[in-house]
Design a protein around this ligand. Sequence first.
Ligand code: SAM
Length: 269
Amino acid sequence: MSTTTDDLREQVRRRYAESARAVIERTASSGCGGGSCCEGGAGKFGEALYDAEQRGDLPEAAMLASLGCGNPTAVADLNEGETVLDLGSGGGIDVILSAKRVGPTGTAYGLDITDEMLALAQQNARDAGVTNVHFLKGLIEQIPLRASSVDVVISNCVINLSTDKPAVLTEIARVLKPGGRIGISDVVAEDRLSAGERSERGSFVGCIAGALSRSEYEGGLEAAGFERVSVEFTHEVADGMHGAIVKAVKTTERKGLPIVEPAVKAGCC
Ligand SMILES: C[S@@+](CC[C@H](N)C(=O)[O-])C[C@H]1O[C@@H](n2cnc3c(N)ncnc32)[C@H](O)[C@@H]1O
């Protein structure tokens, strides 16, 4: 891995550690909390994207720590007893909401690189009274879970912060069961914007410069083994850049491989 990649990841970790500390010290409004870590202005990130009922169900610190660009729990179909994984779980808001949806027979995992966020999420889960949750420290590029062990992967404004997006998409496909699904909120650029134009609109740690375009997202998911891929823009966060809902289903069989009939096999080699 190049130094630049390491540096960028460290900048991301530091920024979100600062955000978690601001919430713990209840100084979110003066620090990098309350949705202000990602650049785009009021109402485009954070707690405003959750409905009143969901907000009423959550500890105040979980709401304050909300830094997402959507509400993946509103778009992912979650059923009783399922296993859900939230990539870049931050203060735990979507893990807590998912845990409630899958119920005591289900499990919600949160994965995050930042110790301060993990500690905050654990406290928020305790305050919310949910016990079917596990917070894991690690990278979304190397998910510390077994293959085919997860029904649904969600994520809220995190994949744009990855320095290796193909690795993230491949890892999502690995941990999902065949037929497993994703419901992701992320910042996504219109195809007309070059990488340079995306960088002009905001920083990497601010969730803008690292955003994939719609066709890059679609192509990346298809290459990783997903079908029924959709990327739907919900609200503009900068010129030509949008909060978006990304959905897809892991293929039940590997595509692109020839189907070898027994007769052909017998005749071959
Ligand atoms: C913009 S915040 C979103 C947090 C949360 N999903 C939410 O909606 O409030 C990004 C989170 O992703 C985490 N993160 C960023 N890059 C990561 C990586 N490569 N692996 C794991 N976690 C990462 C950060 O520590 C931070 O908690």
